[in-house]
Design a protein around this ligand. Structure first.
Ligand code: ADP
Ligand code: MG
Length: 175
């Protein structure tokens, strides 16, 4: 069974996407089969790996809306052992629509269960907030990696994140 890691702090610009990509590429270069899932509607992770509107044939929200299967949206990257579920860049209106789609808290966990044995590592590059797809990622993960900068707002964000993890551990599922 693989390890499923959310890379998360509810604050932008702390290095979540950079850490997710660097870790994923390094795991892959060490011959660990790795899947990197972009959950941030700004799609910086996907863009960094060369994915854009022209070559993405499905993203995580196609799975959430039951219009595609997970296997059909797994994209190979140019790096061997590294696959990606990229994300289309969303406008703010679309983003709100997507947020309403994901009310089933176990949705991502159940979907990931079906491919968990195909990968040694599954990484979620999370958006800089705790609701929506981030909440689903926390419930689907068995660990959380928290990039942080040494500033006041990052410390506050850590408090919020830990409170959320505690809530999930107590009321939903053990991370
Ligand atoms: N370890 C680091 N040291 C210095 N700059 C970094 C580091 N990690 C990321 N950055 C830079 O910080 C900026 C934000 O990083 P990013 O990974 O996009 O953050 P996030 O995903 O948390 O919003 C980028 O310009 C990136 O190049
Ligand atoms: Mg990011």
């Amino acid at each position: 069974m693989g390890k499923i890691i959310s890379i998360l702090l509810p604050k932008g610009g702390v290095g979540k996407t950079t850490s997710a990509i660097n870790l994923a590429v390094n795991f892959a270069l060490r011959n660990y089969k790795t899947l990197l899932i972009d959950l941030d509607p700004t799609a910086t992770c996907s863009l960094s790996l060369g994915f854009n509107e022209e070559n993405i044939y499905g993203d995580i929200f196609d799975i959430f809306s039951y219009s595609k299967s997970i296997n059909s949206v797994i994209h190979p990257t140019g790096i061997s052992n590294l696959d990606c579920i990229p994300q289309m860049k969303l406008s703010s209106v679309e983003e709100g629509r997507q947020a309403r789609l994901i009310s089933n808290e176990y949705l991502l966990r159940n979907i990931i269960n079906t491919i968990e044995n195909d990968y040694k590592f599954i990484l979620f590059d999370c958006p800089p907030y705790l609701f929506g797809s981030t909440n689903l990622a926390l419930i689907a993960s068995d660990s959380v990696l928290v990039p942080i900068r040494t500033d006041e707002y990052s410390i506050e964000a850590i408090d919020d994140l830990f409170r959320r993890i505690e809530y999930i551990n107590v009321f939903i599922i053990k991370i």
